[in-house]
Design a protein around this ligand. Structure first.
Ligand SMILES: NC(=O)C1=CN([C@@H]2O[C@H](COP(=O)(O)OP(=O)(O)OC[C@H]3O[C@@H](n4cnc5c(N)ncnc54)[C@H](O)[C@@H]3O)[C@@H](O)[C@H]2O)C=CC1
Ligand SMILES: CC(=O)[C@H](N)C(=O)O
Length: 343
C-alpha cells in the first residue's frame, strides 16, 4: 500500500509499505479522507514538537475516516464496507484516568501521527475496534474525518460548562476555534463573539454564525467584548495559543466566568493578576483533546447542526501530499484535506 512518510523536516515521501494485518481486537480501515491539522504542519515544517523529535519515518494525519476492509477475529459489530471515523488516540485502558473516563489524560496514550504511532496519510490503518466509530448514511466520510477537531471543540465546551443563554467569546478562528464556536451554539450559547487577526478568518467566523467578529489588530479587544457581551463573556475559549490572545481571553471574561485554554503554546508565559482572578471569581481551565466525544460529534453532523463541510477549502489526492501540506500552511486556509485512494 502507499503511505506518506515524513522523513525529515519539509521532506514527506510516498512509499510502498506492507499493508497492516488487523490483530484480533482490531479492524482494518481503508482510509478515504484525512484532515490536515496544524500539528501535522508543525511536524512537517520542523520535524519536531518541543522535545519530541521525528527520528524514524512518521506517517502524519490524525483526522481520518474510511471503510472497513477486514475485521479481526474477536471483533463484533463491524462488517466489511462499513463507513467509519477513526478516533486517533488509544489509551492504556488501565490507569486511573482511563478507568474514570478521562482517557484523554492517559500518560500512556498512543496518538496517531506522533513519534511511535503512525497516522492516517496511508491507504490502510489497523486500529482497535473500540476506537472506530460507525458513520450514519447521511454523514460522508469527508465530514466524518472531521469528528476529531469537532471533538476538541466539544471537550472545550464541556470544560467551559457552556449552557443555554450563555455568552461566549472564542479567541482564534482557526478550525478549532470555529468548531468550538459551533459546539457552543449547539450547547445553547445565545451570543457568540469571535476574535482573530486575519480578515478572511473573521469573515468565515461570521458566515459560520458568529454574532460579533472582532478584529484583534484594532485596539482593546476586551473592551469591545465587554461592549458586545454585556460586561464580558460568561465563557471564553482560547483557541490560538498566541500570547496576546491568552491575555485577551483572561481580560474578557465576565465575573464568575470560565476561561478555557485550548491553544497549545509551549512558550507562552502570560502574567496573571491573581488578585483579579480571585475578586472576579474566575476559573481558568485547560482542555486537552477529548474523551467520549465522538458519538456526540457524529450526532451533530447527522442532525445538520454543524456544517463541517463549509470549513474545507480543498481536498488533494495522497499523491500530492507535499503540495497539500504546503497549501494548507497559508494562513487564509481554514481546512485542507487529503483524499486517499481517489486518483
Ligand atoms: N488542547 C487541545 O487538545 C488541542 C489544541 N490545539 C491547539 O489549538 C490551537 C488552535 O488550533 P487550530 O485552529 O488548528 O490553529 P490555527 O493556527 O489554524 O488557528 C489559530 C487562529 O488564531 C488566530 N490568532 C493568532 N493570534 C491571534 C490573536 N492575537 N488574537 C486572535 N486570534 C489570533 C490565527 O489567525 C488563527 O486563525 C493551536 O494552538 C493548536 O495547537 C489543537 C488541537 C487540540
Ligand atoms: C494538537 C493536535 O492538533 C492534536 N489534535 C493533538 O491532540 O495532538
Amino acid at each position: 500500500m502507499r503511505a506518506a512518510e515524513l522523513v525529515d523536516a519539509g521532506d514527506v515521501r510516498l512509499r510502498d509499505v506492507d499493508r497492516p494485518e488487523p490483530a484480533s481486537d482490531e479492524v482494518l480501515v481503508e482510509i478515504t479522507d484525512v484532515g490536515i491539522c496544524g500539528s501535522d504542519l508543525h511536524w512537517y515544517e520542523h520535524g519536531r514538537m518541543g522535545d519530541r523529535i521525528v527520528e524514524e519515518p512518521l506517517v502524519l494525519g490524525h483526522e481520518s475516516a474510511g471503510r472497513i476492509a477486514e475485521v479481526g477475529s474477536d471483533v463484533e459489530g463491524f462488517s466489511s464496507g462499513d463507513r467509519v471515523a477513526v478516533e486517533p488516540g488509544v489509551p492504556c485502558r488501565r490507569c486511573e484516568y482511563c478507568r474514570t473516563g478521562r482517557y484523554n489524560l492517559c500518560p500512556d496514550v498512543s496518538f496517531m501521527a506522533t513519534p511511535g504511532t503512525d497516522g492516517a496519510f496511508r491507504e490502510y490503518v489497523a486500529w482497535p475496534a473500540d476506537f472506530v466509530h460507525p458513520l450514519p448514511d447521511s454523514v460522508s466520510t469527508r465530514d466524518g474525518a472531521l469528528c476529531e477537531p469537532i471533538s476538541v471543540g466539544l471537550q472545550a465546551v464541556d470544560r467551559g460548562e457552556v449552557d443555554v443563554g450563555d455568552s461566549v467569546l472564542v479567541v482564534g478562528a482557526g478550525p478549532i476555534g470555529t468548531l468550538a464556536m459551533a459546539c457552543a451554539r449547539a450547547a445553547g450559547a445565545s451570543e457568540i463573539a469571535v476574535t482573530d487577526i486575519v480578515d478572511s478568518k473573521l469573515e468565515r467566523a461570521r458566515s459560520f454564525g458568529a454574532d460579533h467578529a472582532i478584529d484583534g489588530r484594532a485596539g482593546d479587544v476586551a473592551e469591545r467584548v465587554r461592549d458586545h457581551l454585556d460586561g464580558g463573556a460568561d465563557v471564553v475559549i482560547e483557541a490560538s495559543g498566541a500570547r496576546p490572545a491568552v491575555e485577551t481571553a483572561l481580560d474578557s471574561v465576565a465575573r464568575d466566568g470560565i476561561v478555557v485554554l485550548v491553544g497549545l503554546a509551549p512558550d507562552a508565559e502570560v502574567p496573571v493578576s491573581t488578585y483579579d482572578l480571585v475578586r472576579g471569581q474566575i476559573d481558568v481551565r485547560g482542555s486537552y483533546r477529548f474523551a467520549n466525544q465522538y458519538d456526540d460529534a457524529i450526532a451533530l453532523l447527522e442532525d445538520g447542526r454543524i456544517d463541517v463541510g463549509a470549513l474545507v477549502d480543498f481536498a488533494d489526492p495522497l499523491s500530492e501530499i507535499g503540495e497539500a501540506l504546503e497549501r494548507a500552511s497559508d494562513p487564509a486556509i481554514l481546512k485542507g484535506m487529503v483524499s486517499v485512494g481517489e486518483e
